[in-house]
Design a protein around this ligand. Structure first.
Ligand code: IMP
Length: 189
């Protein structure tokens, strides 16, 4: 079976992606013995995804992919965007989410979207796959499922947050699911 390294330490992401990929053996960073934080210093999802995939490819030389993703809120000019993981100044889902709720207090437009960009390094070539999930920011947090901003994100066409919806439902429509589906179609044509 082909091996593919997932260049992430985010357990929420790994859980979602692993449930969408079969026929390929997924290796985590701990499987390959990589214990450092991966830098993501850039201002676009594409650049950060490439930086993460390249760092791990340089470490192990195996086929690898990295996902860089975030929440873009239209009334906040696309923030938190690439800064989603550290929006409040540290990696703290609870405070990041509260910061978005506070920033949107009184706002009429609560529309937002999640975006995911996957950078795949496969047989020494670089490929990108993108997915977008449109939705709205809820007035308050609801639900314990998912991760990150999921307790306040209501996907378009639903009246529940990703925090309330079961994971298999999220995996049908999420930004990451769409990007992963494109990568899987590329790998298993
Ligand atoms: P990064 O891709 O590791 O830079 O981090 C992405 C960040 O965006 C996460 O830490 C979350 O804050 C947010 N994010 C991305 N995708 C999702 C999602 O599916 N649900 C909730 N938050 C997400």
């Amino acid at each position: 079976m082909q091996q593919l390294v997932i260049a992430s330490n985010n357990k929420g992401k790994i859980r979602e992606i692993a449930s969408m990929i079969s026929d390929i053996e997924l290796l985590t960073l701990s499987d390959i013995g990589y214990a450092e934080e991966i830098e993501e210093p850039w201002h676009t999802f594409e650049e950060n995804a490439l930086a993460k995939a390249s760092a791990i490819f340089g470490f192990c030389g195996k086929n690898v992919f990295a996902d860089d993703s975030g929440l873009c809120v239209n009334a906040l000019n696309g923030e938190p965007g690439v800064d989603s993981a550290h929006y409040c100044g540290e990696r703290n889902d609870e405070r990041n989410t509260q910061k978005v709720l506070d920033a949107l207090e009184g706002a009429e437009d609560r529309s937002a979207f999640y975006k995911a960009v996957i950078c795949l390094i496969w047989d020494d070539e670089v490929y990108y796959f993108e997915g977008i999930c449109e939705g709205m920011i809820a007035p308050e947090k609801t639900g314990e499922g998912g991760f990150g901003y999921d307790p306040v994100f209501i996907p378009a066409g639903y009246d529940k947050t990703f925090g309330e919806l079961p994971l298999d439902e999220k995996n049908k429509i999420s930004h990451r699911a769409k990007a992963v589906a494109k990568m899987v179609a590329f790998l298993n044509p």
